[in-house]
Design a protein around this ligand. Structure first.
Ligand SMILES: *Cc1c(COP(=O)(O)O)cnc(C)c1O
Length: 463
C-alpha cells in the first residue's frame, strides 16, 4: 500500500514513512493510493470478534509489509491494555435507537487515546528497528496533547513537544500534560489560540532545514495512522448494531474533521453507513461550508467545548480530495486561495458530493449548556460538552428508523466546570486517576513565535 499527498506533489511513501512524516512536503496530507474494500461477508465475520481483533482486520490492509502480522497483533494488544473498559469502545442506548459510543475509557479520558496509544506503539517498533530517533511536535486544543504525552512518555526513541494555548485548556487537560515527569515529554504553553499552535507547527514542518535537522515527525490528527486507528470503532460499533444488514448513522462532534473523516473512510471501505453528521460548536466553519459552499475562516470564539475551538479544519482537505475525485491540483488551488484570502468556494459538483456524504449542524453555547442539562434530567447521563453537541445534532437530524450513534468523545470529568454549571453535579474522575490533582506540574511558557519554539526544541532534544 502506497500513500500519496492530497496536493499531488510530494514523494509517494509507504505506511511507515507516511506515519513518521505527518505533513507531506508539498503541504498536503497523506492518503492511501486506494482504499481497501470489505465485502458484506468480511463485515459479518467481525460480529463475534474483540475490539483488538477487529482492529487487526481493519488496519492490516493499509500497512502493506511495513509490519508483520505478528508485530501488528502485538502493537494493537499493547495499545489498548491501559483502557478502563474491556470492550474499549462500549455502546450504551441513550434513548430509543439512539446510542452513545463511549470513546473515553482510555488513559486520558478522550477518544484521542484510541489513535495515540496505537501510534505510540507503531513508532516504538519502527524506530527500534531503524535504530533512529525522532522529534515529535504537536499542537493541541487539550486532548491531543494529553493523549500524546501519555502515549509517548518514557519511549526512548522519541522526544515529544506539545504546544497548547495558555489558559484555554481545562485543569484536567493541563495537568495530564504537565504532571508526567519523564524528560522526553514537554508541554509548552503558547500565548494564543489553538490555531496559533497549529500554525507554528505547520511553519516548523515547512522549514525543511529545521525539519530535517531534528528529524521532525507529527502526531496531529493529520497523521494518517491516527485516522486509521479511528476507523476501527466505526466497524466495531456498526457490527454490534446489525451491519452489514442494517444501515447506521453517526453524529460526530468535530473540529479538525479527523474523527468524522475516519467514518467517511469506513464508509468507503464498504461499511453500511447512512449519514455522517458533522456537529460543530459556535466555531462552525464546517457547518457554514456545507450550508453555503464557502469555506471561510473567522475569529476563534472560545467555548465550553474547547477541543472544537478550531477555524482551520485540517482534515477537511482530505474530504475535498475525495470530493474532487482525487484532483491534487484542484485541492492545491483551494488551499492556496485559503492561505492568501482566508477563504475558498467549493464548486457545485464538489459541494454536492460532500452533501451526499455529510450532514451538518451547530450548537450555540446556550444550546450546549441546555443539552447537558436535558440529558442529565431525562436520562441521568452526564455528557461532556462536546458529546452534548453531538447528541443535540443527532436528535435534531436523525431518522427514527435508522440507528443513530453519537460519538461521546470525552469523559465528563475532563470538562467538569461546564458539566457542573449545567447539572449542579460535579463529575468525578475515575478512581484509577483520582490522584491527578496531587501531582507536581512542570509548566513551560514559550513565546508565540517560530524562532523561540524552535530554539527550545533544539535545546531539549537528545539527538
Ligand atoms: C479532539 C476532540 C474533538 C474533535 O475531534 P476532531 O478529530 O478534531 O474533529 C471533539 N471532542 C473532543 C473531546 C476532542 O478531544
Amino acid at each position: 500500500m502506497k500513500y500519496i499527498s492530497t496536493r499531488g506533489k510530494a514523494p509517494v511513501l509507504n505506511f511507515e514513512e507516511a506515519m513518521l512524516t505527518g505533513l507531506a512536503r508539498d503541504g498536503g496530507l497523506y492518503v492511501p493510493q486506494s482504499i481497501p474494500n470489505f465485502s458484506p461477508d468480511d463485515i459479518s465475520s467481525m460480529s463475534d470478534l474483540s475490539y483488538e481483533e477487529i482492529a487487526f482486520k481493519v488496519i492490516s490492509p493499509f500497512i502493506g509489509d511495513c509490519f508483520s502480522d505478528d508485530e501488528l497483533i502485538k502493537i494493537i494488544n499493547k495499545a489498548y491494555t491501559e483502557f478502563g473498559h474491556i470492550e474499549r469502545a462500549p455502546l450504551v442506548e441513550l434513548e430509543s435507537n439512539h446510542f452513545l459510543l463511549e470513546l473515553f475509557h482510555g488513559p486520558t479520558l478522550a477518544f484521542k487515546d484510541f489513535a495515540m496509544q496505537l501510534i505510540g506503539q507503531f513508532f516504538q517498533v519502527a524506530l527500534e528497528r531503524k535504530k533512529s530517533r525522532v522529534t515529535i511536535v504537536g499542537a493541541t486544543s487539550g486532548d491531543t496533547g494529553s493523549a500524546a504525552i501519555e502515549a509517548f512518555r518514557g519511549l526512548d526513541a522519541v522526544d515529544l513537544f506539545i504546544l497548547y494555548p495558555d489558559g484555554r485548556v481545562s485543569d484536567v487537560q493541563r495537568r495530564q500534560m504537565t504532571t508526567p515527569s519523564e524528560n522526553n515529554v514537554h508541554a509548552i504553553a503558547i500565548n494564543g489560540h489553538f490555531d496559533d499552535c497549529q500554525a507554528r507547527l505547520k511553519d516548523m514542518f515547512n522549514d525543511f532545514e529545521f525539519r530535517d535537522g531534528v528529524n521532525l515527525a507529527g502526531v496531529n490528527s493529520i497523521n494518517w495512522a491516527r485516522v486509521l486507528a479511528q476507523v476501527v470503532y466505526y466497524f466495531s460499533t456498526a457490527v454490534k448494531l446489525g451491519a452489514p444488514n442494517k444501515k447506521i448513522s453517526f453524529s460526530v462532534p468535530t473540529g479538525n474533521f479527523g474523527d468524522i473523516f475516519a467514518g467517511f473512510v469506513a464508509k468507503k471501505m464498504g461499511l453500511s453507513i447512512d449519514r455522517l453528521v458533522i456537529a460543530t460548536n459556535q466555531n462552525d466553519i464546517l457547518h457554514r461550508c456545507l450550508s453555503s459552499g464557502v469555506y471561510e475562516t473567522d475569529r476563534v470564539l472560545p467555548s465550553i467545548s474547547p477541543s472544537m475551538d478550531i477555524q482551520v479544519s485540517s482534515n477537511f482537505e482530505r474530504a475535498l480530495f475525495y470530493a474532487t475525485d482525487c484532483d491534487g491540483s484542484e485541492v492545491s488551488n483551494l488551499m492556496e486561495q485559503l492561505k492568501s484570502t482566508g477563504k475558498f468556494t467549493v464548486s457545485g459538483s464538489v459541494l454536492e458530493i460532500l452533501r451526499e456524504n455529510f450532514d451538518s449542524g451547530r450548537a450555540s453555547e446556550d444550546e450546549t449548556h441546555s443539552e447537558i442539562a436535558y440529558n442529565y434530567q431525562k436520562h441521568s447521563e452526564l455528557l461532556c460538552p462536546h458529546s452534548a453537541i453531538g447528541v443535540l445534532t443527532a436528535r435534531k437530524q436523525r431518522k427514527i428508523n435508522i440507528p443513530m450513534v453519537t460519538l461521546a468523545t470525552a469523559h465528563p470529568a475532563k470538562f467538569p466546570t461546564a458539566v457542573k454549571n449545567a447539572t449542579s453535579v460535579f463529575p468525578e474522575l475515575p478512581s484509577r486517576m483520582a490522584n491527578l490533582f496531587d501531582l507536581d506540574e512542570r509548566i513551560t511558557n514559550v513565546e508565540n513565535n517560530l524562532q523561540s519554539i524552535q530554539a527550545f526544541v533544539k535545546e531539549r532534544i537528545k539527538i
